[in-house]
Design a protein around this ligand. Structure first.
Ligand code: NAD
Ligand code: ZN
Length: 353
């Protein structure tokens, strides 16, 4: 199954489903890269590197660089060592980087590709549910000790090869984290998809492949549509931040890695739904929604000791906020987002108690 992504700077295919690694083989056979560098993390490398390598034509000079798993991949020191390794192995401007892993590896490897010799091609081979979001759209980057994703670049991949068999080894917590972004895509663009998810997905350990491919494909399409209209986030791309204003501050205040990105965003989405009801009279049964996501294992908890004033201060500091008021994506209707800067009083009124 193939989706074509069109952005002002580049068009590229996303292949999704079982056995789509053959599309990687085809792509590599029809392009003449001088060398390949696979960047993967310890976990994905251990579990799936052999499978990936089978799809790479023998004729290629292929190198592999293994980075720490998770957010630790997105450090300056790791970025620098990827560049050093690339120089040592003689990668040139016609070489190609393969990002093999979740969003963290994708962001790191994409940023290496964006900056090595002023930019070389790269291919995303995502292995998490969350990466249906992160692998598409061309945002790449690493973290700074003073802030997450603060150093980065826009660099679109040559192709995205999303083989769903790789997802089978994901731990529960990572499935929960990624699924939240799929729910987010439904909220901002597709009420039918939201109904489908709420009626079909009752156990995150038992999603059948057909349903999985269906909602991942829809999510990719929604993200692609937004990105094609606003590649560099000057306008509607901000809708993709639904749930993220509070989500980001929960994630960072708990300490990265303690509450996953998606779990924090899920809590942030519930908050944004209550705000939407308060401010825009959103017609949506939030209680039913909360029951559903709790049954899937989301806790919807605010970290201990994290009161409204702290949350407000952090939300105001968010890099997406231009004035001293936090910016929120709200829903007038399901599938109908808009961005508002909100005053402290309404934010406090709706805050979880
Ligand atoms: P991740 O890449 O950190 O992966 C999560 C964990 O799962 C890691 O420990 C990893 O080793 C492991 N893992 C990955 N694939 C696996 C598999 N198939 N089986 C077993 N374990 C596996 O996290 P993520 O949730 O995929 O991505 C989060 C990152 O994505 C964050 O850094 C975030 O900033 C970034 N992100 C980027 C964008 C974008 O547009 N560029 C969008 C959203 C998120
Ligand atoms: Zn997100």
């Amino acid at each position: 199954m193939k989706i074509d992504i069109q952005t002002p700077s580049k068009s590229y295919p996303v292949y999704i489903g079982k056995n789509v690694l053959e599309s990687l083989t085809n792509h590599l056979q029809t392009n003449d890269y001088t060398k390949l560098l696979i960047i993967t993390d310890e976990t994905v490398g251990r579990l799936h590197l052999d499978e990936l390598k089978k799809a790479i034509p023998q004729s290629y000079d292929t190198y592999t660089y293994i980075v720490p798993s998770g957010e630790n991949a997105k450090q300056f020191s790791v970025y620098e060592s990827c560049l050093s390794y690339s120089l040592e192995q003689g990668l040139d401007r016609k070489s190609c980087i393969i990002a093999f892993g979740g969003g963290a590896v994708g962001d790191l490897a994409g940023f290496v590709a964006a900056t090595y010799m002023r930019g070389i091609p790269f291919i995303q081979v995502p292995t998490t549910i969350l990466a249906h979001d992160s692998a598409v759209g061309g945002k790449t980057g690493i973290n700074h000790p003073l802030g997450k994703n603060m150093i980065g670049s826009f660099h679109q991949p040559e192709a995205v090869i999303y083989q769903t068999e790789f997802l089978k080894t994901l731990p529960q917590s990572e499935i929960r984290s990624g699924f939240a972004e799929a729910v987010k895509h439904a909220f901002i663009a597709d009420e039918e998809l939201l109904k489908f998810l709420m009626s079909t997905i009752t156990d995150l350990r038992a999603i059948n492949n057909e349903d999985l491919v269906f909602f991942l494909k829809k999510g990719i399409q929604i993200k692609a549509d937004v990105v094609s209209k606003d590649e560099r986030e000057t306008g509607i791309r901000a809708f993709l931040n639904f749930g993220h204003t509070l989500g980001h501050v929960i994630e960072s205040s708990a300490g990265y890695g303690k509450v996953s990105h998606g779990e924090a965003v899920m809590t942030g989405m519930v908050y944004a739904l209550y705000l939407s009801k308060e401010i825009l009279d959103l017609e949506f049964n939030i209680s039913d929604f909360e029951l559903w996501i709790k049954s899937l294992g989301y806790s919807l908890e605010i970290p201990d000791g994290f009161d409204f004033d702290q949350a407000f201060t952090s939300m105001t500091r968010d890099k997406k906020s231009y004035s001293n008021k936090p910016r929120f994506v709200l829903l007038g209707k399901i599938g109908n987002p808009l961005v508002r800067e909100l005053d402290k009083d309404v934010l406090e009124k709706v805050y979880f108690t």
